[in-house]
Write a protein that binds this ligand. Structure first.
Ligand code: EPZ
Length: 418
């Protein structure tokens, strides 16, 4: 298994381009199933999760063509097998996103339950309840969701709790339902908005995406489209923290500051100087050590859980004490013991972690446990004195396109070991 070796202590400087958003591409690839013509998607990042989704679509008989370095063509007219096997779904939970589109398009879907992952049990009860409300017959047995519906019917659905992929699944299913659907307590993430824009460009009638109430007017069919996906706000936030934790200055281009306002506010609180333009963000620490920040993760537009590990890493070497509270997932602190091995002064108190910043961390062998925890460990390695070796970095390859090349471009001393 690949490892990353980092020799820390250098401040990062330079400019890098941000890739398309993983968590927008995944639902948009699934939504392509709904069209009765081919669609072309641009700004598709080369990530493990994206290839997994493309493999999953091909196993269903869907035509998947790589059109360019960041372009993918999907021909959904040949769906022959509405089945998502456990072997693929267990490697990527977001496979659940094919459930709604398959049900709406072909009237049937057999999708493996995703199962849990390192950060939590990750149930999909809200997806299933919502599809039943839309008139589907759903049986959950032998680890699979068997869903059937000759014709979905619009419904008024109040989601018990905010779920990003749950909102996306139900929104996709409702586009071809008979009549009007209202989703209340919907997720407001930018990736929900990007999916709604994609669907509307295909002829869907969706309004209110980005607010807590989304309205979908069912239509007969959806046509083809060419679509550019939004920038990845979590990749953007991660590289901004890389500059902040090393006292450097970076410029990130082809991104959109509006997607991560809560993160930018926290970076300013940490003492960063930001230069925010329409499609770029520059951060300059001027060699200063960051101030510790206190944060609580919450659904968008509040602070994203996917940036929690990265800010915890920043707090480990910041001035003062920062409190980090995780409210979305029940087990998203697995980076804590790894950071402690690097000399971090961290105390866990239930869902809150108290970080007392130290002058500097020391490099160590550490283990990645999930996608964003591994990003946190990379950031800690960049700041630590000496050498850090991060094992099981297949986690990081799921969500960060060519991470070592981008960090090398910023002057980091990093290499991938076989
Ligand atoms: C999406 O996961 C993202 N993944 C996650 O990013 C992100 O951390 C998460 O949203 C929260 O922002 C993708 O978009 C592919 P949820 P999702 O449903 O949709 C509970 C990354 O690093 N819940 O919003 O699976 C659930 O257990 C990944 O890129 C139910 O109880 O998250 C969790 O506690 C990690 N029942 C909370 O809701 C359900 O039916 C939020 O989950 C669904 C969810």
């Amino acid at each position: 298994m690949d490892k990353l070796r980092i020799t820390g202590g250098r401040s990062l400087h330079g400019r890098i381009r941000i890739s398309g958003a993983k968590n927008a591409v995944l639902p948009i690839l699934a939504a392509s199933l709904l069209a009765n013509e081919s669609v072309s998607i641009r700004r598709v990042p080369q990530l493990q999760d994206v290839s997994t989704m493309m493999n999953l679509l091909s196993t269903m008989g869907v035509g998947v063509v790589v059109e360019s370095s960041d372009g993918v063509g999907i021909d959904p007219s040949t769906i022959s097998n509405p089945f998502a096997d456990y072997s693929l779904v267990k490697t990527m939970r977001a496979s659940i996103l094919v459930l709604g589109p398959l049900l709406a398009k072909v009237g049937e879907a057999i999708v493996s339950l995703p199962g849990g992952c390192a950060i939590g049990a990750r149930p999909v009860n809200l997806h299933v309840d919502g599809l039943r409300a839309l008139g589907a017959e759903v049986a959950v047995e032998n680890g699979y969701i068997h869903a059937k519906a000759s014709q979905l019917k619009g419904a008024h659905i109040l989601l018990d709790s905010v779920t990003v992929t749950g909102t996306q699944n139900l929104m996709m299913a409702a586009t071809l339902a008979d009549g009007k659907t209202v989703l209340e307590n919907a997720a407001r993430e930018p990736e929900v908005v990007d999916l709604a824009n994609f669907l509307n460009r295909m002829g869907a009638k969706i309004s209110g995406a980005g607010s807590a109430t989304i309205k979908i007017e069912g239509v007969e069919s959806l046509h083809g489209v060419e679509y550019n996906v939004i920038a990845d706000r979590i990749e953007t936030g991660t590289y901004l923290v890389a500059a902040a934790i090393t006292g450097g200055s970076v410029e990130l281009v082809d991104t959109n500051p509006v997607l991560l306002e809560s993160v930018l506010l926290k970076l300013e609180e940490a003492g960063a100087d930001l230069d925010i333009r329409e499609n770029s963000i520059a951060l300059d620490m001027g060699g200063r050590r960051a101030q510790a920040v206190t944060l609580t993760t919450s659904p968008h537009p509040a602070f994203p859980t996917d940036m929690q590990a990265q800010f915890m890493a920043l707090n480990t070497v910041a001035k003062g004490v920062g409190m980090v509270t995780e409210t979305i997932f029940e087990n998203r602190f697995m980076h804590v013991p790894e950071l402690q091995r690097m000399g971090a002064n961290i105390r866990m108190q239930g869902h809150t972690v108290v970080v007392d910043g130290v002058e500097s961390l020391t490099g160590a062998r550490v283990m990645a446990t999930d996608l964003r925890a591994s990003a946190g460990l990379v950031l800690a390695g960049l700041a630590a004195k000496g050498e850090t070796v991060i094992e099981r970095i297949y986690h990081i390859d799921r969500g960060y396109e060519t991470i070592e090349e981008k960090l090398m471009q910023l002057g980091a001393d990093i290499e991938r070991l076989p």
